[in-house]
Design a protein around this ligand. Structure first.
Ligand code: FES
Length: 106
């Protein structure tokens, strides 16, 4: 299990770590109502983490996830960069699902 869904504010983001393909990775987990999505916490622009402090993510007024390093903005349906230096590139999705109220790797 990565985290309880209820521990993530709706439309918000948290950071957690998990083994993905045998490698310890920092993940961004986003809650969207009763569902969750996750991406590697690696910006496609310069490979930096997106949070400005561990687990502290910037969100724009219109709900975009904003990389703290140089301001790339990502929509949260597919993790596509819609503005900033890596426009058109995407975060790497990690498939998760909600099971019994917990976000788990699928
Ligand atoms: S590393 Fe994210 S915008 Fe540059």
């Amino acid at each position: 299990m990565l985290i309880a869904l209820s521990a993530i504010p709706d439309a918000g983001f948290i950071e957690t770590e998990a083994l993905v393909d045998g490698v310890a990775e920092s993940l961004i987990v986003h809650r969207d109502g009763d569902t969750a999505r996750a991406w590697l916490n690696i910006c496609p622009h310069a490979g930096r983490r997106l949070d400005w402090a561990p687990g502290q993510f910037l969100k724009s007024k219109d709900g975009l996830l904003v990389c703290a390093a140089h301001g790339a903005s990502f929509e949260t349906a597919a993790g596509l960069c819609v503005a900033g230096p890596c426009r058109g590139q995407s975060l790497r999705a990690v498939t998760v699902e909600v099971r019994d109220g917990n976000v788990v790797l699928a």
